[in-house]
Design a protein around this ligand. Structure first.
Ligand code: UDP
Length: 253
């Protein structure tokens, strides 16, 4: 089941297939190293931080599946994805959470003089997230900031602004169902070497919401923490048992 996936700028990435989605088996340190190659290449790369909700969205929607197929790198963000790889007998090295990867990239960006553009979330949230990241990583240039509430008619201008800003990293914080197809559609035009959907990360960085305590993350209960904080997430969460059933079924087949 293990395959090797070669992509420009990234080198060889070992992957494991989860319900038709090729997830990277690299650990965090090797993921950051691979993405350094992506920045050096200057060519656009879409990094998807896959969790069970996103994999179920891909099985449900052609746009989401296309984004998964065309992504240059898919990392195992959710504990459920790590579990599924184990179930299929082809485990990943470790969980590579999008939130942690964002910070690791900013850290490496300090050493290499990268710039970052933040797109997504509410205006005050993205501004505060940019301020806090700038304080934490003063040597990374914030190339631009834009909130995530815009319609079709604004896409062309937003894409042109980001392209003109020429960042090394573009973090896109929008809802899981639309952020990946949006990045897939515009990545060539955006021309940014590392483009990564980060979902609710700006809300956490800005202090608007809290990430689950480390102990809950270790117990693989981050999803439960998020559900308890935001009960409106329940319908989305139904993807979790569906994902587990789909994995069990595929394992038997
Ligand atoms: N968001 C956005 N534009 C939208 C919808 C959502 O910028 O049209 C932002 C929202 O403010 C939040 C992030 O996307 O910062 C993730 O939203 P949510 O938690 O609802 O998405 P999920 O990750 O659960 O799909």
């Amino acid at each position: 089941m293990s395959q090797t996936h070669t992509e420009s700028g990234l080198g060889k990435i070992p992957v494991t297939s989860i319900l038709g989605v090729n997830v990277s088996k690299l650990n965090m340190a090797d993921t950051v190293r691979a993405l350094e190659g992506a920045v050096a290449s200057g060519r656009p790369h879409q990094i998807i931080t896959a969790n069970p909700i996103m994999i179920m969205a891909a099985l449900d929607s052609e746009d989401n599946m296309r984004a998964m197929r065309e992504a240059e790198l898919i990392v195992p963000d959710g504990a459920g994805v790590v579990w599924a790889a184990e179930e299929f007998g082809d485990p990943v090295a470790e969980r590579v959470a999008g939130f942690d990867l964002l910070h690791q990239l900013m850290k490496r960006g300090e050493e290499l003089g990268w710039s970052a553009y933040l797109l997504g979330a509410a205006e005050e949230v993205v501004q505060e997230a940019a301020d806090r990241l700038q304080k934490q990583y003063p040597k990374v240039r914030i190339a631009g900031v834009r909130n995530g509430y815009f319609g079709e008619s604004e896409n062309a201008r937003i894409v042109a602004d980001i392209r003109a800003a020429k960042p090394d990293l573009l973090f896109v914080a929008r809802d899981a169902k639309t952020q990946e197809p949006w990045i897939a559609k515009y990545k060539q035009e955006l021309g940014v070497p590392v483009i990564m959907g980060v979902g609710g990360s700006f809300d956490v960085i800005s202090g608007k919401t809290k990430r689950a305590p480390a102990v809950m993350q270790k117990m693989k209960l981050e999803w439960f923490y998020r559900l308890a904080k935001e009960p409106t997430r329940l319908p989305r969460m139904m993807a979790l048992p569906q994902f587990m059933r789909a994995v069990k079924k595929a394992k038997k087949a």
